[in-house]
Design a protein around this ligand. Sequence first.
Ligand SMILES: N[C@@H](CCC(=O)N[C@@H](CS)C(=O)NCC(=O)O)C(=O)O
Length: 216
Amino acid sequence: MGELTIWTYDWVPEGPRGFVRDLRLRWACEEAGLSYAVRTVPFDGRATNHLADQPFGQIPFLKDHGVAIFESGAGLLHLARKSDKLMPRDPVGEAATLQWTIAALNSIEMVTVPWWFLKLCGDANNGLTGWMSQRLDHLERVLSEQEWLAAKRFTVADLLMADVLRVSDIRSFGNRPATEAYVARVTSRPAFKQAQAAQIGHFAAADRKREEEGSS
Ligand SMILES: N[C@@H](CCC(=O)N[C@@H](CS)C(=O)NCC(=O)O)C(=O)O
């Protein structure tokens, strides 16, 4: 209850490791120098076993001294209020950060995730392709004119936008050099690398535990 705690699954299959959305919250804490713990809910039975914490049976969610919050975007904004490393304190810089954070979720991820899902289901040339191209082309124009989305420096908006864009199928979709350079730049930050390694280590430890339990 007391400390800042990021909740994720106890285990996930190999495929999503390194991309599970608790990484967004880990990364933000690492950027901001916030100390945090990671705790888990079972992956098995996820559709029903933690609906009081996350009404869609998903992760991540965050608990922080009596505050409980689900949705990775909401969790990021909660963390951003704790550190100006994630969001500037002046109204203009804060507004720019908020708008690009919401744009990452509601103008980009809202098309990339369904597109990626249809591709995964075998429908690579699905009806969302043109729509996604348009969105990514507009973003390419923005990123060819500026290094960061808001306030002329790294903010939580870059963290989220880069996390949305770094999915390999999205990254390799079309030729957008400014976007590719942006994703490479943002994900080369030590805080990202630390967060990603920690997540991969977390699930590797879960594999070992499962093997021990299976062999005993
Ligand atoms: N909009 C949610 C999406 C969360 C989400 O997609 N979580 C995935 C892991 S990255 C999950 O829990 N998947 C398991 C499931 O949906 O059953 C957020 O950003 O927090």
